[in-house]
Design a protein around this ligand. Structure first.
Ligand SMILES: Cc1cc2nc3c(=O)[nH]c(=O)nc-3n(C[C@H](O)[C@H](O)[C@H](O)COP(=O)(O)OP(=O)(O)OC[C@H]3O[C@@H](n4cnc5c(N)ncnc54)[C@H](O)[C@@H]3O)c2cc1C
Length: 382
């Protein structure tokens, strides 16, 4: 019998392994992929998450290379509609730390190793989880099944089907092109959201003189190779007004968005966290942050479970609280996604300008920084 098995060595599973090791609790980490991925997804880590990651030393590792973004501007055809000021947040980290997800994952793996967590077992794909008395059978494509007291499903959206609890999912019709490329524009450390009549263009500074661009695009267009890169360049040139910023970009990848939430994170000996439990539109920029907070707050409960041999009663409250946090993030992301659709109406820039006036701007800054996350309140040093 193995104690705790974690399925998936993405950011969330890796952080859970680190947090358990920090408490002296052993866990096995099973990962389908033979090597860590290099693809770029999450780029923003919020104030609340940075506070939650301090104890494990992850925050220090992230801030060694991250760029600190203190302001986000909403713009319409070159005119400022308003500015969201993260630098006025009442927190030790009054900024969004930006870095590519691969760098975040490397920092998390470094912390896990430093705390003595077992390295991920790669090439280990979990194909089924069968809850039973006193634990669960973990079925694997590459080896005999394992028996575990607790299985934590942290395998992202694709692995949600392994969870015994059902989920509600909703696919949005929107398509986006994105790239992380050289920053040849003039916005410096400022994040800018261009609310263009043709659809949104988001632009976030990254370390090393780079920038993330995400553009809403019409579905059905060419989304591969040079054709996609050219579509993104045209969107950047038109929506930012900067030909230089557009010309520096050489590639683009396409993605769609959806939202999902399991009916309960825990089902007997199986607990889902991260994207396996909830997915929110990346246009809200909070999906990975939610999962990292899941891992930090679940670890002490799992340590207690391992020590006492039975699930602590607080797990139910944690489950409800994490679903509330995910639902809140999903609402924020849904509003952002809707705001990013094409609209010739003049009323929208006016509404956004009004919304970004104090005190609504303060509330928005706190909402984006995940200051309203109900579970993370206790982890928030000021
Ligand atoms: C374009 C884009 C931009 C984004 N931007 C942001 C952002 O700015 N901020 C933010 O907070 N979030 C953002 N997100 C969301 C973020 O990327 C995800 O929320 C995050 O990656 C979820 O982490 P995870 O560890 O739960 O899952 P994943 O990152 O999906 O990792 C799961 C791991 O489990 C492994 N695995 C899967 N199935 C199995 C199996 N059966 N057996 C063994 N291993 C398995 C996978 O190989 C993978 O390594 C963005 C997403 C996208 C698509």
């Amino acid at each position: 019998m193995t104690g705790i098995v974690i399925v998936g060595a993405g950011p969330v599973g890796t952080l859970l392994a680190a947090e358990l090791a920090r408490r002296g609790v052993a866990a096995r980490l099973l990962e389908r992929r033979p090597a860590a991925g290099a693809g770029s997804r999450a780029v923003g880590i919020h104030a609340t998450t940075l506070a939650a990651l301090e104890a494990s030393g992850v925050t220090e590792r992230l801030l060694a290379t991250a760029r600190r973004v203190r302001e986000g501007e909403a713009r319409h055809r070159g005119r400022t509609l308003g500015v969201v000021r993260f630098d006025r947040l009442d927190t030790r980290h009054p900024y969004v730390a930006t870095l590519p997800q691969s760098a975040t994952e490397a920092a998390l793996a470094g912390a896990a190793g430093a705390w003595g967590a077992a390295a991920p077992e790669r090439g280990a794909e979990v194909t089924g989880i069968r809850p039973g008395r006193g634990g669960a059978h973990v079925l694997r494509a590459d080896a005999d099944p394992l028996e575990a007291t607790v299985v934590v499903l942290a395998g992202g959206g694709r692995s949600r089907a392994l969870h015994p609890a059902g989920a509600r999912t909703h696919a949005y019709p929107d398509r986006y092109l994105m790239t992380d490329g050289p920053d040849a524009g003039s916005d410096g450390d400022r994040a800018v959201v261009h609310l263009d009549p043709d659809g949104v263009l988001e632009s976030f500074p990254l370390p090393g003189g780079a920038r993330r661009y995400v553009a809403w695009v019409r579905a059905g267009g060419d989304e591969s190779g040079e054709a996609a890169a050219e579509r993104l360049r045209r969107a950047v040139a038109r929506r930012t007004g900067s030909d230089a910023a557009a010309a520096a970009l050489t590639s683009a990848t396409a993605f769609g968005v959806r939202r999902a939430l399991v009916s309960s994170l825990r089902s007997g000996p199986v607990v889902a966290i991260g994207d396996a439990a909830h997915e929110v539109s990346p246009i809200g920029g909070q999906g990975m942050n939610l999962g990292l907070i899941d891992a930090v707050t679940l670890a002490p409960l799992l340590a207690q479970w391992a020590r006492d041999g039975e699930a602590p009663p607080e797990l139910d409250r944690w489950d409800r609280s994490r679903r509330r946090a995910a639902a809140l993030s999903a609402r924020i992301a849904a509003v952002n996604t809707r705001l990013g659709r094409p609209s010739p109406a003049r009323v929208r820039p006016v509404a956004v300008r009004l919304a970004l006036r104090s005190p609504a701007e303060r509330l928005l800054a706190r909402a984006y920084a995940m200051d309203f996350d109900p579970t993370a309140a206790a982890l928030r040093p000021r």
